[in-house]
Design a protein around this ligand. Structure first.
Ligand SMILES: NC(=O)c1ccc[n+]([C@@H]2O[C@H](COP(=O)([O-])OP(=O)(O)OC[C@H]3O[C@@H](n4cnc5c(N)ncnc54)[C@H](O)[C@@H]3O)[C@@H](O)[C@H]2O)c1
Length: 342
């Protein structure tokens, strides 16, 4: 199949592109590089032996996007592009609604116009709001606690309505839990601009000495050790979930959780990271963060049964791979920097 991957140079998108290529699909990546680096393209070409197309395009630019879809004979779309920082969405909500809703509307309009039957959307466990875990796809969604979460719930609604009005449009909504880790080559991984918002890049940057100390939000939750519990999933397992979803797309709308089904606390992640990589992470506890809840983990029965997908990597793999990426990437950036000054 020919798959158009929006946001394909980002963290999850880049790993998914590799798995799609490995599975024999043809891909066209569309990304405007707002939160990714062009080096990722070079790295994908190093890791994969298959060729692919890249278009530097803002998905908000409908006319430009249409020229790409028009020439492509596209069989499916996987839509990752969007803004993803919860904190930023609170301080700049209009930008989050503008980008996340309009990118989804533009791609959905083109899917309908060009009769593209498969559409996979990056949703998030955040749409469950403060519901009690384990979270099941069929449960009623509670209001989310921030504008980012609202955009995900609204995009799900837009895609539901579009699929109902256009029965040829098959949609899969994938609700991700907490992706961490990196490709085993160490070449691609999560490489945020500025101070990381997510736990794992924060840990690796503290381990590397780029940041002084890890700040843990709250140690008084009703969990085993008082720190928050999340369902951490290896990004390569997550990537494989997308390939299963697009290959098995049915008509109508399908919804799946992509998680491991198991909760791990923040302290357990730190201890595992220290043990498998043989180092120490300085940390301190600070106040709980607004909107955070004690435990979030998935029920994964439906996705296992219907897509035949399950996770294969454990927390140790996630910690090892994330650290390998941090080391290789720092070395890569240092070499690039010194080349510039030659
Ligand atoms: N990483 C997580 O923890 C997580 C959890 C749940 C859901 N998600 C969702 O999954 C998707 C991918 O997440 P990620 O972590 O890979 O994010 P990311 O920021 O690394 O990747 C998003 C990519 O989209 C591109 N992009 C953004 N706006 C664009 C536009 N207007 N036109 C073209 N390209 C654009 C960025 O340059 C980037 O390469 C996002 O929609 C995110 O909300 C992520």
């Amino acid at each position: 199949m020919h798959i158009l991957v929006s946001g394909g140079l980002g963290y999850i998108g880049s790993h998914t592109c590799l798995v799609l290529l490995e599975a024999g699909h043809t891909i066209s990546i569309v990304d405007n590089l707002i939160n990714s680096k062009i080096e990722t393209l070079e790295k994908l070409r190093i890791i994969s032996t298959s060729d692919f197309q890249f278009y530097q395009c803002d998905i908000l630019d409908y006319e430009h996007l249409e020229t790409i879809v028009h020439e492509g004979n596209v069989d499916g779309i996987i839509h990752f592009a969007g803004l993803k920082s919860v904190g930023e969405s609170v301080s700049n909500p209009l930008e989050y609604y503008r980008v996340n809703l309009n990118t989804t509307i533009n791609l959905t309009r083109l899917a309908v116009k060009y009769k593209i039957p498969r559409f996979v959307f990056s949703s998030s466990a955040t749409v469950y709001g403060s519901a009690k875990s384990p979270l099941v796809e069929s449960q009623k969604l509670l209001p989310t606690t921030n504008p980012y979460g609202e955009t995900k719930a609204m995009c799900e609604k837009i895609l539901n309505d579009a699929s109902q009005a256009n029965p040829n449009l098959g949609v899969t909504l994938l609700r991700y839990f907490n992706p961490i880790g990196a490709h085993e080559s160490g070449l691609i991984g999560e490489n945020p601009n500025g101070t990381p918002n997510n736990l794992m890049p924060y840990i690796t940057q503290v381990a590397k000495g780029k940041l002084e100390k890890l700040k843990i939000f709250g140690n008084d939750y009703p969990t085993n050790d008082g720190t928050g519990v999340r369902d951490f999933i290896h990004v390569m397992d997550l990537a494989k979930g997308h390939v299963a979803a697009i290959e098995k797309q049915k008509s109508g709308v399908q919804v799946y959780n992509l998680g491991t089904g198991k909760g791990t606390s923040v302290l357990e992640i730190i201890k595992t990271f220290e043990r498998v990589n043989n180092l120490e992470i300085p940390y301190e506890f600070i106040e709980r963060r607004n909107g955070d809840i004690a435990e979030v983990y998935a029920n994964v029965l439906k996705v296992g049964k219907e897509l035949g997908w399950k996770t294969e990597r454990n927390i140790e793999d996630m910690c090892r791979d994330a650290w390998r990426f941090e080391n290789q990437n720092s070395q890569y950036e240092e070499e690039k920097f010194s080349e510039l000054w030659k």
